[in-house]
Write a protein that binds this ligand. Structure first.
Ligand SMILES: Cc1cc2nc3c(=O)[nH]c(=O)nc-3n(C[C@H](O)[C@H](O)[C@H](O)COP(=O)(O)O)c2cc1C
Length: 190
């Protein structure tokens, strides 16, 4: 594969992951920076990928730390590894928040299953509990969570692609302009 083909196949894998729960990049690491400048990482489900715009969609609770961190500092990294293709994707870019009531959050909410909706109806993420198993979510109560449901749209500015091979690992770096066009591609030492 040449550089352009690698870029296309990486984004095709991301698009597939958003549709196929068994896919390699279904779960990715979303990394933000907190108020003290410390990196913060957590796994998230990749809900949608758009190869043309270089965007990734993630759903979360607006009471979560990640939401508050991104609201203050939009620089973010998305890190993924697929054991299937043995590739690491390290995407750097900007995360934008779409709060409850915004068209993007409303549209995403409408497509969620009642069970998924009900997961947003509990107490604030990270607040202390007694450690007992919470009562199972009740899908009939799903409307409650809508006011806490937010969408993060991450726009990649660069991709650091790394392929793990037995003897000769390969690595390449790609740059994108704000509209998503590929503006640079180069091989680098792994
Ligand atoms: C496989 C996996 C997938 C997850 N997906 C999401 C997700 O899509 N959105 C989300 O907000 N949290 C998700 N979580 C929980 C986060 O990793 C994290 O624990 C939680 O959101 C609180 O993070 P924060 O305090 O940094 O905001 C997931 C956890 C795991 C293990």
């Amino acid at each position: 594969m040449n550089l352009a083909e690698i870029d296309r196949s990486a984004w095709a894998e991301l698009e597939t992951a958003a549709i196929d729960p068994q896919s390699g990049f279904r779960f990715v690491n979303l990394c933000s920076v907190d108020g003290s400048g410390r990196p913060q990482a957590r796994m998230v489900v990749l809900r949608r990928a758009d190869a043309a715009k270089r965007t990734l969609e993630i759903h979360t609770d607006i009471r979560s730390r990640k939401w508050l961190e991104i609201a203050k500092k939009s620089a973010a990294t998305v890190l993924g590894f697929s054991a299937v293709s043995r590739t690491q994707l390290r995407l750097q870019g900007i995360a934008r928040l779409h709060a409850p009531g915004s068209p993007i959050a409303a549209e995403a909410w409408d497509k969620l299953s009642p069970w998924t909706r009900s997961t947003y109806a509990g107490g604030p993420p990270g607040d202390a509990t007694d450690g007992e198993t919470a009562a199972p979510a009740n899908p009939d109560d799903d409307a409650d969570g809508k006011r806490f449901f937010g969408v993060v749209i991450f726009t990649a500015e660069s991709l650091d692609w790394f392929e793990l091979r037995r003897a000769d690992n390969r690595r390449a770096v790609f740059d994108y302009d704000p509209a998503g066009a590929l503006t640079g591609a180069r091989w680098v030492n792994p």
